[in-house]
Design a protein around this ligand. Sequence first.
Ligand code: NI
Length: 161
Amino acid sequence: MAIRNLRYGDDEILRKVARPIETIDEKIKILAQDMLDTMHKYEGVGLAGPQVGILKRIIVIDLYEENTQYILINPVIKKAKGEQIVDEGCLSFPNQYGKVKRPKTIVVEALDINGKKVKVEGKDLLAQALSHEIDHLNGEVFVYKVEEGTLETITEQENKK
Ligand code: NI
């Protein structure tokens, strides 16, 4: 178990397109576990490779309910339907929040940690998380997607109120 350093805000790696993973070797398995540990430490619901400085197409998600933890390698959005306007934040932009338009339902195909093909059908929060994390793999960050005038910065002190 290891906590990786997070990349923040203006870090260039967050604006780059991540590369597909060709072999799920021991290094990738350790990376996946570290990403889960890092996400859990900071109480996030999702984390993408570039956020820990690894420009590879891997995401992890945990909605903190039964059977809602995912490690997805080379995820591809196959279907996205409907829309929802949701409050959003990101571990790479601590204290920033805004409203973002996300699909209401989404179907993603990916490989799991054993290299097996998996299909994940998400709605509501899972659809939002999948969309947000896959955006990271394409160098897209939520602060550029927020509905006009909704981006807020909440300082630590206000958070503690
Ligand atoms: Ni994020």
